[in-house]
Design a protein around this ligand. Structure first.
Ligand code: AMP
Length: 537
């Protein structure tokens, strides 16, 4: 066989040749929709590569982005990685100190950013000495008259100076291609460095029928941000499959998304539960229906059963629950039923669909106990989840202390899970969040899912608090929906008959809001601080 290396530029070359007139539609931060084709995108990605080379960017250099999902960000994915440099996508929702840390740690040489982030970038720039040039992702008409940013240029002028007459280099497939930092809740952010090979293998795997199931008839709307684990691979698998790609820019509110779903005839989308909850409320309020949307992925955090049920049964969307992490590129498992499950009663099917699901090819997983011994795949035993494979990280970028892997080469996810005999994995907790009561583990996620199934509860978190006899017991911290009333006793009574009695939280505290990380996950470290010294009555 030919030793053709797997390269990211190969994806856009393929789309430009075989899906030349398939569209990419973006909502711009400056306002309005931008529409062009894979052929045009390829040409501009090559112009960008020429501009980057002129600016001295070479193999392995990091080029940062602080940007929404738009066609220009898409071009950066290809222009930067295609020439052999590393596209470093940065999450603008992180705290300023974290952003400064990340940019310095990655030693970004250039930084491309959207207009929305100009005030933020002006705060960052004095603390980021490695950045030689800041580039505003817009045309010259939006460039501020005066700016303190060194060598501020606009993106369109950079491209306009180039011909696009450029051949992508034939890189070794193990060349680094992109970089994304995970937002640690306690530790410093850690960088995950992807390669051309890992990205291509992940793109093939993500396209499979039991995963995203995408083809040239699909129109994909990438709700999941391109600054968070490469938008779960969508900017790569769309050109691989010749899908039309819709990029929502900064407008992630339900009304703007729904407008794009309908006007662009979107068939597939992927996002986190919070976004889908917002959309669900909007759909219900206006008694709206989707005309073309058929399937969607929910992941990045545990999918509340009520959300899955609503999209599935009320709106008729095939919604699949997926699990992954930055270190797994990110897709690890998707909860797609097997043929033998189709005859099961609805409740039994739902029980499987709400799990985090089965591995996709390219990922192997195991669960182990505290001594590292494998646990049975019986759907009951739960332990630390380990994964390995060609698109799983073996260490962190620039890490001085290796230790991400076990002695036998598995990546420790930090999640705690069960695996059933059909291979369906179910996350019960983060290992740090598990509640250990009298030596037995209680799943905080199961309790949270139950709490938010109560009609008066908007959001809930369960943490372990010290107990003299059991060492730890669960405390439920809940936010009531506006205009709803429920007492602690009523809420606790709601758990009866739904879980083992000893899992029932010992107490409830109502708060007006819960703390979240920049990626929207519950910040339990903060909650544990807030409730430090809490005494159970
Ligand atoms: P990140 O690297 O920021 O994407 O975070 C990865 C972590 O998010 C995982 O280790 C899980 O703890 C959590 N996570 C992702 N998807 C799910 C899911 N479907 N259910 C429960 N937790 C999830």
């Amino acid at each position: 066989m030919m030793p053709t290396p797997l390269r990211i530029a190969g994806l856009i070359e393929h789309a430009a040749k075989w899906h030349a007139d398939t569209e990419i539609v973006s909502r711009l931060p400056e306002g309005g929709l931008h529409r062009y084709t894979y052929a045009a995108a390829h040409h501009r990605a090559k112009q960008l590569a020429q501009a980057l080379i002129k600016l001295g960017i070479t193999d392995g250099d990091r080029v940062g982005t602080l940007a929404w999902n738009t066609h220009r960000h898409f071009e950066l994915y290809y222009g930067v990685s295609g020439l052999g440099a590393v596209c470093h996508t940065i999450n603008p929702r992180l705290f300023v100190e974290q952003l400064i840390y990340i940019i310095n740690h990655a030693q970004d040489r250039l930084l491309f950013f959207d207009l929305t982030f100009l005030p933020l970038v002006e705060k960052l720039a004095p603390h980021c000495p490695t950045v030689e040039k800041w580039v505003l992702l817009t045309g010259p008409e939006h460039l501020p008259a005066a700016s303190a940013l060194p060598g501020l240029t606009d993106y369109e002028s950079l491209l306009a100076a180039e011909t696009g007459d450029y051949e992508w280099p034939v890189l070794d497939e193990n060349t680094a291609s992109s970089l994304c930092y995970t937002s640690g809740t306690t530790d410093e952010p850690k960088g995950v460095l992807y390669s051309h090979r890992s990205t291509l293998l992940h793109s093939y795997a993500a396209s499979l029928p039991d995963c995203f199931n995408c083809g040239a008839r699909d129109v994909i709307l990438a709700v999941v941000p391109m600054f968070h684990v490469n938008a779960w691979g969508i900017p790569y698998l769309a050109p691989l499959n010749g899908c039309k790609l819709v990029l929502p820019g900064p407008a992630l509110d339900a009304a703007s998304l729904y407008e794009l779903f309908e006007s662009e005839k979107v068939t597939f989308s992927a996002g986190v539960p919070t976004i889908w909850f917002g959309l669900l409320t909007f759909m219900r309020e206006g008694k709206r229906r989707f005309s073309t949307l058929r399937k969607m992925i929910v992941g990045g955090a545990s999918c509340p059963p009520a959300l899955l049920r609503a999209f599935d049964e009320e709106l008729g969307i095939e919604i699949r629950h997926a699990w992954g992490m930055s270190e797994t590129s990110p897709l690890g498992t998707v909860s797609t039923l097997k043929g033998k499950h189709l005859e099961l009663p609805e409740d039994a099917k739902f029980f499987l669909k709400i799990k985090q699901g089965r591995v996709i090819f390219g990922v192997d997983m195991e669960i182990v106990d505290e001594a590292g011994q494998p646990l049975p795949h019986d759907g009951v035993a739960f332990g630390d989840l380990l994964v390995r494979g060609p698109f799983i990280a073996s260490d962190y970028f620039g890490s001085v202390q290796p230790g991400a892997l076990t002695a036998s080469g598995w990546f420790k996810t930090g999640d705690v899970a069960t695996i059933d005999p059909d291979g369906f994995m179910n996350i019960t907790d983060r290992s740090k969040d598990v509640i250990k009561s009298g030596g037995e583990w209680i799943s905080s996620i199961d309790l949270e899912n139950l709490a938010i199934a109560h009609p008066a509860i908007a959001e809930a978190a369960v943490i372990g608090v010290p107990h003299p006899k059991w060492s730890e017991r669960p405390l439920l911290v809940a936010v009531r929906k506006p205009g709803f009333e429920v007492s602690a006793e009523e809420l606790l009574a709601f758990f009866d008959g739904k879980i083992a009695t000893w899992w029932r939280p010992d107490a409830v505290e109502f708060v007006t809001q819960l703390p979240h990380t920049a990626t929207g996950k519950l910040l339990k470290t903060q909650l544990r601080k807030d409730f430090a010294g809490y005494e159970l009555g």
